[in-house]
Design a protein around this ligand. Structure first.
Ligand code: AGP
Length: 640
């Protein structure tokens, strides 16, 4: 294809502009590939079809409406794909019948083209010699499709992805090597893409290219994996190379080649990292759902996170303590953690700190500047809105501190300072253990900044430090004490369609997180807001038995909140209270009270999230839903 004809170039720019305006689609899929030194049945003791299925199951939190794989077998590429969840499709297609040394696989989350057999991945070119799996969105696919269609290519799906195998077919047909064709692809495609490609004339290789959407390589003797995320192949290796934007190349059983469109050939050996995660961490471990397992893992997640903070936090404390202004940004649950961070820096450190939702970062373009610090919070470290905010802040001269859970992911990699939560891999779409770990990190950071700035009584900071250290045990105790009772509460909530979560001060973001959990996995429309706002409108919705959940800490807001409680009770609401232990008279005022350890509000905020997670989990289960795979959602959102 070489450089596109002039008139075509003009058109590309125009179309791209339209796409930019028309965006807002979210696409998150899981891709995997394995290149082995011989048939996988001999090497892994199972046919490659089963191996791919297994890896995809570890990526199913990324998308689960259709599945497929391509395997190189008896001289040609064989593709099997269908609409449906992995285990359903496996029963239909029989993954175990397919063996070979090289295969790629995909679990999909539909954006372009509804979930269907023809829109499932892998996609082939006209000749069937190029098979592609893709995660991301190709923004300029319409004009590429039109260009290829005019050139005689026949499309079988409605997807954006299908332009890739046809473009490669076009270039290879013009004498490009596959690697050169990939290099040209990197110049032609616009948008976000992680691609894995097999071509029939090079049976031992899997080609790959990464732009924005995450892609990692997993290395072991005699076999090499490529995948969207580490859990895919963690059972077989924890030696990984995290690919960066613009990286492309190929892997085979005994060869890895990485090149970057800007920086040229990459010394990938210098990038090999050993991840301290174990396969058990990505297995359910006997729990019915990953979400429940991960809720129960919070004592360990907090313990590991607290143990690893001190060495990492020093730089961040210095940066935040001397910042002119501090901004915090994130999305979803991580945004609620950022709001807690804002509250801590405002009230403990007296700092001018502001949290904003990352997808609104453009608003801060003229505000962010040298001297500012941006704290970016992200479990996956790949959420594109947060990554874009990080890039914008750095462009403006601000320093960026990242709080992330996935090691070496894009956001910490592109930040000045990285603090990792050590919660281990989080598979369930609903964030739980990573949220409490984020709060522990932000609380630790704020107490250290307050100590540095001398803005808080050292005795009180010592008390907070002691309470922080006790969080892992207290978390275990809260789960043990309340889980069974909360199961009964869930029976009461299962038929509800609405709910309010009310708090004051640091209780507001904790309530917002509680409401988000109920929304995302139990599909109940839950709204959280500062309790003082009730009288200004929302209370109009309250009627008999309307669930209102209160986040009550042992702080200066307690009495005001109890006033709000009376307002709701006088409208016969069904009231649930998370209240500090040792106030039986307060607990008795709620229809259902959950007594939590009596701690400073800052530390209690970490613990109070746990009963809210359990309420959402058991309500979802009571409704017969799958808490791990909520509809319309995916774990990591890698496209704006
Ligand atoms: C939370 O349960 C959701 N999975 C979602 O809101 C998530 O918090 C958000 O997409 C941000 O993800 P991140 O922490 O990986 O950046």
């Amino acid at each position: 294809m070489g450089r596109p004809a002039r008139s075509y170039v003009g058109m590309v720019i125009y179309i791209d502009y339209v796409n930019r305006a028309g965006r807002g689609l979210v696409k998150v899929c899981g891709i995997v590939g394995v290149a082995c030194s011989g048939p996988c049945s001999r090497y892994f003791g199972k046919p490659v079809g089963l191996l791919i299925k297994e890896c995809l199951l570890n990526l199913e939190y990324r998308g689960y409406d259709s599945v497929g794989f391509a395997v190189y077998s008896s001289g040609r590429i064989v593709v099997r794909k269908s609409r449906g969840k992995i285990l359903e499709v496996e029963r239909k297609l029989g993954f175990d019948e397919f063996d070979g040394a090289v295969a790629i696989g995909h679990t999909r989350w539909a954006t372009h083209g509804e979930p269907s057999d023809s829109n499932a991945h892998p996609h082939l070119d006209c000749g069937g010699g190029v098979a592609v799996v893709h995660n991301g969105i190709i923004h300029n696919y319409l004009e590429l499709r039109e260009y290829l269609r005019v050139g005689g290519h026949v499309f079988r799906s409605e997807t954006d992805t299908e332009v890739v195998p046809h473009l490669l077919e076009e270039l290879i047909g013009r004498g490009y090597s596959t690697l050169d064709a990939l290099r040209e692809l990197a110049r032609t495609l616009k948008g976000a893409y992680a691609l894995a490609v097999v071509v029939s004339h090079e049976p031992g290789r899997i080609y790959f290219i990464r732009n924005v959407s995450p892609l990692v390589i997993g290395i072991r003797d005699g076999a090499v994996f490529v995948a969207s995320d580490i859990p895919a192949f963690l059972r077989y290796t924890n030696r990984v190379v995290v690919l960066e934007d613009g990286d492309f190349g190929y892997v085979s059983a005994d060869e890895i080649y990485v090149e970057n469109v800007v920086r040229g050939v990459v010394d990938w050996r210098g990038r090999v990292r050993v991840v301290d995660w174990t396969p058990d961490m990505v297995a359910k471990g006997g729990y019915p759902h990953f979400m429940l397992k991960e809720i129960h893992e919070q004592p360990t997640a907090l313990r590991n996170t607290l143990a690893s903070i001190p060495p990492e936090v020093g730089e961040a404390v210095k940066a935040v303590a001397k910042a002119d202004r501090v901004f915090l940004t994130a999305c979803g649950t991580s945004y609620h953690a950022a709001l807690v961070g804002e509250y801590l820096l405002n009230t403990l450190c007296g700092l001018n700190a502001t949290a904003f939702i990352a997808s609104e970062y453009l608003r801060y373009r003229k505000i962010l500047r040298e001297g500012d610090v941006l704290v970016a919070v992200s479990q996956s470290g790949e959420t594109i809105d947060t990554l874009m905010a990080v890039r914008e802040a750095r462009k403006r001269g601000a320093k960026v501190v990242a709080v992330a859970n996935v090691l070496f992911s894009a956001i910490p990699r592109e930040s000045d300072v990285a603090i990792y939560t050590r919660a281990g891999p989080e598979i369930a779409v609903a964030a739980t253990k990573t949220f409490t770990a984020q709060l522990a990190v932000l609380l630790y950071l704020a107490t250290e900044v307050a100590r540095t700035l001398g803005t808080e009584d050292p005795g009180y900071l010592d008390l907070l430090r002691r309470e922080i250290a006790a969080l892992p045990e207290l978390a275990g105790g809260a789960i043990l004490l309340h889980e069974a009772r909360i199961k009964r509460l869930a029976e009461k909530l299962r038929d509800k369609t609405n709910a309010f979560y009310l708090g004051r001060g640091i209780g507001v973001p904790v309530s917002m997180e509680g409401a988000l959990k109920l929304k995302e996995i139990a599909y109940i429309h839950a709204e959280a807001y500062p309790a003082g706002e009730s009288k200004h409108g929302p209370i109009a919705l309250v009627e008999e038995d309307f669930p209102v959940l209160f986040t009550v800490f042992d702080d200066e807001f307690k009495d005001l909140l109890l006033g709000n409680l009376e307002e709701m009770k006088s409208r016969k609401a069904f009231t649930v209270g998370l209240v500090p232990k040792g106030y039986p008279d307060i607990a008795r005022r709620f229809d259902f009270a959950i007594e939590m350890p009596k701690l400073a509000p800052y530390t209690a905020a970490v613990l109070y999230s746990i009963p809210y997670q359990l309420i959402a989990y058991y309500t979802s289960v009571a409704k017969g839903l799958d808490p791990d795979k909520p509809r319309n959602l995916a774990k990591t959102v890698t496209v704006e």
